[in-house]
Design a protein around this ligand. Structure first.
Ligand code: HEC
Length: 128
């Protein structure tokens, strides 16, 4: 009799744990899952095809400086398509990137960046 009661108690405890686990187990995530639902929230994977970068800064120290500091948020075209700007206007643009968009451009590089920007081929062309 006591043995049966003990077995019954063990069975009930096992059922409780099993039920709890079934209700609270983590969602199965596989490599190919495109969506996962947990706690009433569904997250769905999206594929976003961005256009290929067609234009880059010329290779070399100055091009690299511009690539590192200026292409995290937009393409080089944003810079290469600007009208001819004087050095103070480029400095103002760098300041704007920093203030308005929180670009982490080291101020120690400002002079070199302005030099690189004002000597871009499009910037050297005669003003239209
Ligand atoms: C932290 C992100 C970020 C970085 C880094 C950044 N920019 Fe920008 N830039 C922006 C955003 C955002 C815009 C506005 C885009 C729009 O209007 O579509 C912008 C716009 C511009 C424009 C268009 C004119 C204007 O004033 O809006 C120029 C020129 C420009 N950036 C130059 C630069 C240069 C040069 C650097 C590097 C020294 C740089 N950016 C680095 C975020 C950044």
């Amino acid at each position: 009799m006591m043995r049966r009661l003990a077995l019954l108690a063990i069975g009930i405890v096992a059922l409780l744990f099993g039920g709890y686990w079934l209700m609270h187990r983590p969602p199965a995530i596989t490599e190919t899952a495109t969506s996962v639902t947990a706690a009433g929230v569904t997250l769905t994977s999206q594929t976003l095809a961005l256009p290929d970068e067609k234009i880059a800064f010329a290779s070399g120290t100055e091009g690299e400086l511009l690539t590192v500091n200026c292409t995290a948020c937009h393409s080089p075209e944003m810079i290469l398509n600007q009208p001819r700007l004087a050095a103070d206007k480029w400095q103002a643009t760098i300041d704007k990137m920093r203030k308005a968009y929180h670009a982490t451009i080291d101020p120690a590089n400002d002079a070199k960046l302005v030099a690189a920007l004002t000597t871009l081929p499009a910037q050297r062309a005669p003003a239209k």
